[in-house]
Design a protein around this ligand. Structure first.
Ligand SMILES: Nc1ncnc2c1ncn2[C@@H]1O[C@H](COP(=O)(O)OP(=O)(O)OP(=O)(O)O)[C@@H](O)[C@H]1O
Length: 230
């Protein structure tokens, strides 16, 4: 479903991704772990096309999308939930969900999403800026899913969200993943969340994928520190 080969990208002359290679099969949920500043967000931005790759190849469903514009990648089924900024703060919840489904020709997924994320239902007419961190994260996720993606690039959904809501998001995301056969690339610092959701875990260090772990290995702090390069 997604194949990444020797991907390089950065900001101006500063190189951040220094040859990232990995692949994900359809329906898989793959976690990416790494210390701050190792390039995880940069990787997601490059995959969705907000940043241009300076070298390497991104193949999505067999098609080379490395030079394809973000809007076209989205139309092809790639979704992105950026860290902490996935909603329009001045729009209501309802309007945010509508924005998410612009350009979708299939039947609206919003009624199903409101069933799967019932926390949003009483908030439909509230502006997104008024929501709690957890509610905003659920909205960001639902907004992305309203676009009916096949692949979701998810950046730190636990950030600024209280633990009970993180557990709830994890459970609902898992249910949705199997119902919709979603493929998910999850960047996350919360080891417990990665261990709960991911089938494989990639370790990122200094702009490269340096290792792969089974989620069951995430309980072993010493091993994690060693592999993550502390
Ligand atoms: N717009 C930018 N301009 C210049 N450098 C940037 C920019 N955004 C990020 N960087 C730098 O790129 C490096 C990688 O950042 P990135 O956000 O990808 O890391 P990360 O692994 O996601 O870390 P975190 O967990 O802190 O979000 C960091 O050194 C960061 O300072």
């Amino acid at each position: 479903m997604l194949e990444v080969e020797n991907l390089h990208a950065g900001y101006g002359r500063i190189g951040i991704l220094a040859g990232v290679s990995f692949s994900i099969a359809r329906g898989e949920l793959v976690g990416v772990l790494g210390h701050n500043g190792m390039g995880k967000t940069t990787l997601l931005k490059t995959l969705i096309g907000e940043l241009q790759a300076s070298a390497g190849v991104i193949r999505y469903e067999g098609r080379d999308v490395t030079r394809v514009r973000t809007a076209h990648r989205a139309r092809a089924g790639m979704g992105y939930v950026p860290q902490g900024e996935g909603v329009f703060p001045d729009l209501t919840v309802r309007e945010n969900l509508r924005m998410g489904e612009l350009g979708v020709i299939e039947q609206s997924a919003v009624p199903e999403l409101l069933e799967r994320f019932p926390i949003l239902r009483p908030l439909l007419d509230r502006r997104a800026r008024m929501l709690s961190g957890g509610e905003r994260q659920v909205l960001a996720l639902a907004r992305c899913l309203a676009g009916r993606p096949n692949l979701v690039l998810l950046d730190e959904p636990s950030d600024g969200v209280q633990p009970s809501i993180v557990d709830d998001i994890a459970e609902r995301l898992q249910a949705l993943r199997s119902a919709w056969n979603l493929t998910i690339l999850l960047v996350e610092q919360d080891l417990k969340l990665v261990a709960t959701l991911a089938q494989r875990v990639l370790i990122m260090q200094k702009g490269r994928i340096t290792d792969e772990l089974a989620p069951s290995a995430l309980g072993d702090r010493a091993l994690i520190s060693e592999r993550m390069g502390l």
